[in-house]
Structure formats: structure tokens, C-alpha cells
Design a protein around this ligand. Structure first.
Ligand code: CMP
Length: 214
């Protein structure tokens, strides 16, 4: 309760509301604020050639936009509100003073940055180890672990963003999975043989990687 009141007071001073789909900032822009998510979901994306790769989806209690404040460089990625978002925006001086005066906040920032670096290292490892087709199949399996898809277009979009490949590349792998009856497809609606997909996923996770240039 005490904490809630505290949050409400802070929100009055530093709060912002972003509607669903709004760009909070774009990669390459100068950055003067970092954000803490009070409520909602934010997608962090990076341009890779003509594709947009989702780096991470952040939720309640997460923060973003701290890097440009720490190293005075342009935004390393874009931030987009996936739902209506209630955020706290801290300018550089406030951020610095909170870090210097609140060791538990500073520690949380270090912890999160180290988690993100670990996740980025994992993604680099995947990129080095697996060929494109394997990454797409793994990502389809992972996407189905996280949510039930019924519309083909939603699955194609999410997997293409997550893997950083075009939608037509994802579609051609889905066609293969349809031909081998792992995925059923009727009028744009998907059904999935979860057991079979899990089996393939397990096989790909432990199989010897193809060290093949994409
Ligand atoms: P900044 O560079 O200011 O703006 C983009 C923000 O996205 C960045 O700060 C981080 O907060 C966040 N960000 C950058 N790279 C990643 C990543 N790999 N995973 C999660 N968040 C990231």
C-alpha cells in the first residue's frame, strides 16, 4: 500500500502514457531519458538491413533506454508500445542521482544489464551454430510454447521478427512443416501437432549444428 502510494506520487511527477503501437523512441536518435514500465508491454527492436529484429519484449517492472544515458551514444534500438503503457521517464540527472543514492536500484540495473548481455550472447551462439531453417523451426516451437496461435499471419510475423528473416522465408519452412503434417493449415488457420514439433525441437537443440553461412 505504502509502495503503491509512492508509485502514484512518482507517477504524477514523472509518469507518461503511451498508446498501443506508439513509438517511444527510435534507434539512432539521441536519448535523454530512461523508462521504467509500470504497466504494459514494450517491444525493443533493431534494424538489420531491411528487416526489423525483436530483441526483447519487456513488461511490468522492466526498464529500458538506460544505455544512451550511461554512454552518451545514440539509441541502440527502438522501443515500441505493444499495449497501452504506463511508464516512468527519468531524465539523465534524475537517473544519475537515483543510481548514486539508491544502491538497490543501481544493483537492479546491473543485474538486468547482465541478464540482457547473457541473452544476447545466447542469441549470438544460436546465430553462429544454427542455419536459418533450423533457427526458424526452433523459433516456431518456442513461439507455440509461449502462446496459442490460430492465425497463420500472426505466427509468421512473430517468427520473422524474432529470427530476423523475411516472412516469405518463414512461410517456406511452414510449408515444409505442413507437408510433413507437423502443422495443419486450412483457410489461414493453424493447428499444430505439439508432440511432433517438440520432438523436432528437441532433436534440433541437441543435434550437431550445421556450420553453414546464411
Ligand atoms: P538505449 O540504447 O538507450 O535505447 C535502446 C534500449 O533498448 C537500450 O538503451 C536498452 O535499454 C534496450 N536494449 C538494447 N539492447 C537490448 C537487448 N539486447 N535486450 C534487451 N534490451 C535491449
Amino acid at each position: 500500500m505504502q509502495e503503491m502510494k509512492y508509485t502514484e506520487e512518482i507517477f504524477k511527477k514523472y509518469g507518461r502514457i503511451y498508446d498501443e503501437g506508439k513509438v517511444i523512441f527510435r534507434e539512432g536518435e539521441p536519448g535523454n531519458e530512461m523508462f521504467i514500465i509500470i504497466e504494459g508491454k514494450v517491444k525493443i527492436t533493431k534494424n538489420a538491413g531491411n528487416l526489423e529484429k525483436t530483441l526483447m519484449i519487456l513488461g511490468n517492472g522492466d526498464f529500458f533506454g538506460e544505455m544512451a544515458l550511461v554512454d552518451d551514444k545514440p539509441r541502440s534500438a527502438s522501443a515500441i508500445a505493444l499495449t497501452t503503457c504506463k511508464l516512468i521517464a527519468l531524465d539523465k540527472n534524475t537517473f544519475k542521482s537515483v543510481i548514486l543514492n539508491n544502491p538497490s536500484f543501481a544493483y537492479k540495473v546491473i543485474l538486468k544489464m547482465s541478464e540482457r548481455l547473457r541473452e544476447a550472447d545466447k542469441q549470438i551462439e544460436e546465430l553462429l551454430k544454427y542455419d536459418k531453417r533450423t533457427r526458424i523451426i526452433k523459433s516456431i516451437a518456442e513461439a507455440f510454447e509461449q502462446k496459442e496461435y490460430s492465425k497463420l499471419s500472426d505466427l509468421v510475423k512473430d517468427v520473422s521478427d524474432l529470427v530476423g528473416v523475411s516472412e516469405s522465408e518463414v512461410l517456406s519452412v511452414i510449408r515444409e512443416l505442413v507437408n510433413s503434417s507437423v502443422i495443419g493449415l486450412k483457410a489461414g488457420k493453424i493447428t499444430i501437432n505439439k508432440e511432433e514439433l517438440k520432438r523436432i525441437y528437441k532433436f534440433l537443440s541437441f543435434s550437431k549444428p550445421h556450420y553453414e553461412a546464411d
